[in-house]
Design a protein around this ligand. Structure first.
Ligand code: 6R9
Length: 658
């Protein structure tokens, strides 16, 4: 394993090989704050550059026109760094260890050599279809090694991939293809989860049939089973045909550090999902450095991140970070609670997994099953646990620590986002006195601060031992930061840089305690976090009002034992829709599933004659959130309401529903 940086090792208390001590973390962090150029110049050397960089950072958090660039004059290739570079020493090491949904089917192991060959062949296939540098390619795949092959093949030829989560609907696929004008989509006949098959190719066909996706020329289909497919003449090609007569050799395209690597769509508080754009050099430095240091990666680790490649966690910590570090990364096709709650433990024992990285929602789901989740496995191979996606409540943290980790493994609670590319706030395994529920300390180069509503920096004025709470901001750039939103730099500026000029605003609230440790308190905007998935209330609302019976809909989150947040919907029916009924509730839930995704399905639908609005017509979600949480006595100031009587009737109806 490479050390934090071979050169910098002389300036470290000890190399990462032995695990970074807390003192080493502190001195490296200090270095990254006092001499960011020197620090990041050094860390950039962990990658292979075709053309070495001389410039380190050109960043300006300008509120109207932010500009972020790292290692700008260097050139490299992400796939080369994840594959070719390891062939000398690790050709036979397992790169991807694949565990199928059906536990009775065999595991697949792809060595670095196998993966390199598969990527080169597939990349050559894409080239034959006229795909090259700068073209956008959508990937809508199950959790199979070919999903990673497809990503890396795009990276190899300089095409920009956009992975679409396999649970998304045809409409969501079409929206993304249209937004980035994708030239090709790579999919499979089906995905298998929990013993059920989902027709991925069928969803793609529907997306393309019902929408104008004229940019799209090629559909590549991986055939994994015997599902019958509709083949569309020149447009569709099977994976096996595409790679039949191609060479094993495909030179890696020389990319500028600031050339795009991928777009990943994520929900915002308004409008359609945003195409978050990541570039090549800085992203890969950050993903690989954070992966090595935060997970204290050792050469013989079996590392399992139980996320989906459709999310940023899958990009940075299943594919790019681990493979850039030459690690063995586990990919799991299925559902962690199927066939039963013991599956996670069985996979850990079967593959001797040493590092497990997952989301609090899964921990809570297992916790609810009690001993069923742990009795059939030993989990002795584990030495480190990670958490990501949402705040982890202390009970779940403790259970994860005591039961899954047998009381022996530190937990790294990693706070970050699609937009941050990699982890920004997290303990290291060596951080003393881990606090359940706290993301603890900033990663190298990350300078967090707290703001109040009026834009005053709380952290600037308070003494270091004082506890504070406010809106979290990051005061300077880091290499993995998103550079823009695809085709909409203005929305990028407005969303992240306008609230607190000179700072990046992630949309989360946080607390810094007396010891200087950070606690993320959750979203402060209209974004929900349901089972670790980000969902915009606006998207769900527009899926609902698309139904003729709905005049108006307002969506809020409410506390949910397993999901963290559940989806609570207030619906005002249109005049001629008649009375609300359970039948209509089912229809509306179905509408959201189809328009967006099953993960966006409302948990509760409450009929509302009216919604609480200001005189200017803005829905006061704050009040709706309190009612959904049954906190009727904490509604706060209701004096700006146009019609205060609405609130009482909403409360009565809520009591009636619960
Ligand atoms: C990586 C990822 C980002 C949002 C983020 C925050 C929440 C993520 C967290 C956490 C508390 C943690 N979040 N990790 N909250 N503690 N350790 O999840 O990206 O899907 O973009 O979601 O998730 O609210 O703003 P993404």
């Amino acid at each position: 394993m490479s050390t934090v940086s071979t050169q910098a090792a002389t300036r470290l208390a000890e190399p990462a090989q032995a695990g970074l001590s807390f003192e080493a973390y502190q001195s490296l962090y200090r270095w990254s704050m006092e001499d960011p150029e020197g620090f990041w110049r050094e860390q950039g050397r962990r990658l292979h550059w075709f053309q070495p960089y001389t410039r380190i950072e050109q960043c300006d958090f300008n509120a109207e026109n932010p500009r972020i660039a790292w290692y700008e004059d260097g050139s490299l290739n992400a796939a080369y760094n994840c594959l070719d570079r390891h062939l000398k020493q690790r050709a036979d090491k397992t790169a991807i260890l694949w565990e199928p949904d059906d536990p009775s089917l065999p595991t697949r192991r792809l060595s670095y050599r196998d993966l390199h060959t598969a990527v080169c062949r597939f990349a050559n296939g894409l080239k034959q279809r006229g795909i090259g540098k700068g073209d956008r390619v959508a990937i809508y795949m199950p959790m199979v090694p070919e999903a990673a092959v497809a990503m890396l093949a795009c990276a190899r030829i300089g095409a920009i991939h956009t992975v679409i989560f396999g649970g998304f609907s045809p409409q969501a696929i079409a929206d993304r293809i249209q937004d980035c004008q994708a030239k090709a989509i790579i999919t499979a006949d089906e995905s298998r989860r929990g013993g059920q098959g989902v027709a991925l190719k069928g969803n793609v066909d529907k997306a393309l049939a019902d929408n104008d996706c004229s940019s799209l020329e090629t559909v590549v289909v991986l055939e994994t089973g015997d599902r019958t497919l509709d083949w569309h003449g020149a447009r569709d090609v099977s994976w096996s045909n595409l790679t039949r007569d191609v060479s094993d050799d495909c030179p890696a395209e020389e990319m500028s550090a600031e050339d795009p690597l991928f777009i990943l769509y994520t929900s915002g508080s308004t409008g359609k999902p945003k195409g978050v754009l990541h570039t090549t050099g800085g992203y890969l430095v950050h993903a690989s450095l954070s992966h090595e240091v935060i997970f204290d990666l050792q050469e013989d680790d079996v590392y399992w991140c139980a996320a989906d490649v459709g999310w940023i966690t899958g990009h940075s910590y299943i594919v790019y970070g681990p493979l850039a570090n030459g690690a063995t990364t586990v990919m799991f096709e299925g559902v962690p609670t199927w066939p039963d709650a013991g599956r996670i433990g069985e996979i850990i024992d079967k593959h001797q997994v040493s590092i497990l990285y997952t989301a609090p929602t899964l921990v809570r789901a297992l916790m609810a099953k009690g001993s069923q989740a742990t009795e059939a496995s030993e989990r002795k191979s584990l030495r480190l646990l990670g958490s990501v996606g949402e705040p982890i409540n202390p009970e779940a943290w403790q259970w994860y620590h005591d039961e899954i980790g047998c009381g022996d493994c530190p937990i790294v609670d990693t706070w970050w986002q699609t937009e941050t590319g990699g982890v920004l706030i997290s303990p290291l395994p060596s951080t003393p006195d881990l606090k359940p529920g706290s993301a603890m300390l900033p990663f190298f180069g990350v300078e967090p601060a707290l703001m109040d509503q009026s834009g005053r920096e709380l952290t600037a004025e308070a003494p270091s031992g004082q506890a504070l709470e406010g809106n979290l901001v990051i005061k300077r750039s880091w290499p993995g930061q998103a550079r823009t939103l695809w085709g909409n730099h203005q929305r990028f500026a407005e969303t992240y840089f306008s609230a607190y000029p000179g700072c990046y605003f992630p949309g989360d609230g946080a607390r810094r305690d007396e010891d200087g440790h950070w606690w993320i308190t959750g979203r402060v905007d209209d974004v929900l976090n349901v089972s670790g998935h980000r969902l915009g209330t606006a998207e769900i609302e527009s899926a609902l009002v698309a139904h003729a019976a709905v005049a108006e809909a307002a969506v809020v989150g409410y506390p949910h034992d397993i999901k963290g947040q559940g989806i609570y919907v207030y619906v005002t029916l249109s005049e001629d829709a008649g009375q609300g009924s359970d039948q209509l509730r089912r229809v509306l839930k179905d509408q959201v599933r189809k328009e967006l995704s099953p993960i966006a399905t409302p948990d509760v639908i409450q009929w509302a004659d009216g919604l609480p609005k200001t005189r200017s017509g803005k829905i006061m979600r704050r009040i709706l959130r309190k009612i959904a949480a049954a906190e009727y006595d904490q509604l706060g100031d209701t004096s700006t309401l146009a019609d205060p009587a609405v609130v009482e009737s909403l409360i009565q109806e809520h009591k009636h529903l619960m």
